[in-house]
Write a protein that binds this ligand. Structure first.
Ligand code: TRP
Length: 345
């Protein structure tokens, strides 16, 4: 069983991968060393505190400086995280371990490199994802299944955000495994959560304004998937999908790509128009969504060809320079610039 998951470290060469800080490397090596210990100890329990932690624990707390105390806490945090990562290999403990690890996302900065470089962890995540596919069509995803997969997606988000793992994450084409989740339209909460959390992973990728991430996403079918969610999705998934399209547009290659053919341009501008009409008609005051839509329009107006076409196709409500449903000052400025670029004002 122990060999089943050994897929990463043999090929691990730090020179061919993104650079890893000495601290991350140490955590990684510690995790690896644990895996080299006898299988029964490696797999299930039998986990003993490191010598330094043992020493810390045996010393009276009152004798410790604050510094020692925080180091001890860091140590025990690392031990806990390593323990949860090891528990992923135990089917009975996996669900709990996934949930605990995803809670550690923000408080434990080394989580991403540890997950990526520990033996078999990514294979386990992909396996968890693949199991869910069969419940998408016909739609049979239970809230419990949805929540379990959302823990996995939370951990993928952490890999997408971390500068030391983002590139590996892209080169392994991990985002593609989430596209089936984005391609669903069931309205239940289980499905909506799955869509929003999957979009969150893609959102994390584009957040860093990393051209490698944008180029990768552009070449996959993420834009049509986002456009469909923007058109038909619920509030939150709509907003995240619009944010992703905005980030792609803000990249020079992204803008050129979308403005390269009329089909692409119109696919995007029609969805933006539908959303504006929706917001206007429903009188919904969704300033966050409005912000992303206006930013997309402004960026499109910076492309010469798109600008010419947009002059004609800009929604009527946005042609009014005094219109009042934009409240945010920054967004008002973008709107002004947009009208200026289109010489409407
Ligand atoms: N393969 C399609 C294309 O290259 C992808 C696509 C569909 C698309 N709709 C889009 C890309 C809108 C950008 C914008 O055209």
């Amino acid at each position: 069983m122990s060999n089943q998951y050994v897929i990463v470290p043999q090929n691990y060469r730090s020179d061919s991968m993104v650079s890893i800080s000495p601290a991350d490397k140490r955590y990684f090596e510690q995790a690896q060393a644990k895996q080299k210990s006898p299988p029964q100890q490696m797999m299930f329990g039998g986990y003993s505190p490191s010598p330094s932690l043992q020493k810390s624990l045996s010393t009276q707390l009152s004798e410790q400086s604050i510094d020692d105390f925080s180091r001890m806490q860091k140590d025990s945090d690392t031990e806990l995280v390593v323990q949860y990562i090891l528990q992923l290999r135990d089917a009975d403990k996996r669900e709990q371990a996934l949930s605990e690890l995803s809670k550690k996302r923000e408080s434990f900065p080394h989580l991403a490199p540890l997950l990526w470089h520990s033996v078999g962890t990514i294979a386990i995540f992909l396996q968890e994802i693949a199991v869910v596919y069969q419940h998408l069509q016909p739609a049979q995803l239970t809230p419990a299944q949805s929540s379990r997969i959302c823990s996995v997606l939370g951990l993928l988000q952490c890999l997408a955000l971390h500068v030391q793992t983002r590139s590996c994450f892209l080169r392994a084409h991990i985002p593609l495994f989430l596209y089936p989740f984005l391609n669903t339209s069931n309205k239940s909460k289980a499905f909506e959560n799955l869509r929003v959390t999957s979009l969150g992973v893609i959102g994390a990728l584009v957040k860093g304004d990393d051209p490698e991430a944008i180029n990768f996403l552009m070449q996959t079918e993420i834009i049509p998937l986002c456009l469909r969610i923007m058109k038909k999705g619920q509030e939150l998934s709509r907003t995240v999908a619009t944010f992703i399209v905005q980030k792609i547009l803000l990249d020079d290659n992204g803008l050129n790509y979308i403005c390269q053919t009329p089909e692409r341009f119109f696919a995007v501008s029609q969805v933006l128009q539908t959303m504006i009409d929706d917001l206007h008609q429903s009188q919904k005051d969704d300033q966050r969504l409005l912000r992303h839509i206006i930013r997309c329009y402004l960026r499109l107006s910076e492309n010469q060809k798109a600008g010419e076409v947009l002059k004609k196709y800009l929604p009527q409500v946005l042609k009014d320079p005094t219109q009042s449903f934009i409240k945010d000052e920054v967004v008002k400025k973008w709107h002004n610039n947009l009208l200026q670029n289109l010489s409407i004002k």
